[in-house]
Design a protein around this ligand. Structure first.
Ligand SMILES: C[S@@+](CC[C@H](N)C(=O)[O-])C[C@H]1O[C@@H](n2cnc3c(N)ncnc32)[C@H](O)[C@@H]1O
Length: 351
């Protein structure tokens, strides 16, 4: 996975600092033209000493060469003296390369949805789910099996969620405040990336990832060999049909927004049933982005499509608090914070 010890430029003074990484990413991919030039450069090996196809740059038209060189230099990825191998932000770029590639993949895949269905993003999401490619990318139904084909179809979106979580996890884990908790089930815990962040932060904790079969199969491979994985297990199941394994705490991170309120309530109720009284339930979700007015850099850019894409599905924290109450849980706190957009964490307790 990502080499975090690579030297970083001033843009990223603290390796592993999720917020700084996402700011770097947003800045780099703010304009669609820049993002597409970077994608092209990655494809042709323009960044870094091993240029796969260095001639590809020379084959651009003179106007395109000038444009590409100007924009890439403005982004700190290029210098006229040593094109393709020097630039003040190349070290940070190299350190975040997997995250940048994953975000580019997602943005370029969903960009046509915005041209074709922009108004559907402003509705309740129903017709959008039927028509947009976005929802074929995240095809959870393929993960109900765990054969090679199911794993292959699941691996592409799983790589994206995993990379995001690698950067979100270290920031979110301490916010749970679960010192003293022995067993936590991460429901919809994906590849185990968030579980690893929890295990790194809480040395006495064990984490059970509960997710669909292909996701668990890929997750086991992802955590294999990592020291924390000795305190992690994967249980394959379907939240709609299975019980949630017994635990002292259950976490739903970026899971419940995928489901209508009645299903979210059913999952929360199952989580409550799996815990003893005093058990703690955590919900971590993104809040709807509001793109406050500001200087041009703060205007929503191409990179923001990644969060704008889910506009119909964000709920306010208060909506989850009501569901928790309906399930008989007492909300202890709601904490708001920002990574590549606004998030909240809700902690509730089974009384
Ligand atoms: C948006 S991802 C979030 C993953 C992870 N918690 C994170 O924050 O990166 C939603 C997760 O819910 C899982 N999921 C979807 N439907 C499920 C179901 N019916 N039962 C169990 N897990 C499910 C997906 O496989 C996926 O890992």
């Amino acid at each position: 996975m990502m080499e975090r010890s690579a030297p970083l430029s001033d843009d990223l003074s603290r390796p592993g600092d999720g917020r700084a990484a996402f700011e770097f990413l947003d800045d780099l991919l703010h304009s669609e033209i820049d993002a597409r030039l970077i994608a092209l450069g990655i494809r042709y090996g323009w960044f870094g000493p091993q240029q796969a196809e260095p001639r590809a740059f020379e084959q651009l038209s003179p106007n395109a060469r000038r444009l590409a060189a100007t924009r890439l230099a403005a982004l700190g990825l290029w210098t006229a003296e040593r094109p393709g191998v020097a630039g003040p932000r190349l070290p940070a770029f190299a350190a975040l390369r997997e995250l940048i590639e994953a975000r580019l993949w997602f943005l370029l895949e969903i960009a046509p949805d915005f041209s074709s269905f922009f108004e559907l993003f402003l509705g309740d999401g129903g017709p959008l789910v039927q028509r947009a490619k976005l929802f074929r990318l995240f095809d959870y139904s393929a993960a109900l099996q765990d054969d090679v084909d199911a794993q292959h179809r699941t691996s592409r979106w799983l790589r994206y969620t995993t990379l995001l979580t690698e950067f979100e996890g270290p920031d979110i884990a301490p916010r749970l405040g679960i010192e003293g908790v022995a067993r936590l089930v991460d429901a919809g815990g994906n590849s185990g990336a968030f579980g690893l962040a929890l295990l790194q932060h809480y040395p006495a904790l064990s984490v059970e990832v509960f997710d669909l079969p292909a996701v668990c199969a890929l997750g086991r491979k992802y955590v294999e060999g990592k020291p924390e994985s000795r305190r992690m297990m994967f249980t394959a199941g379907d939240l709609r049909a299975s019980r949630i394994p017994a635990a002292d705490a259950v976490c739903f991170k970026s899971v419940l927004h995928d489901w209508p309120p009645d299903m979210a309530l059913m999952f929360i109720t199952k989580a409550a049933d799996s815990m003893p009284s005093g058990g703690r339930l955590f919900i971590v979700e993104r809040e709807a982005p509001d793109f406050p007015p500001g200087p041009s850099q703060e205007k929503p850019g191409f990179s923001q499509l990644a969060n704008f894409a889910f506009l119909p599905f964000y709920r306010a924290a208060e909506a989850y608090v009501l569901l928790l109450e309906e399930a008989g849980l007492r909300t202890r706190r709601v904490e708001r914070f920002a990574l590549d957009g606004p998030f909240f964490l809700i902690e509730a307790e089974k009384t």
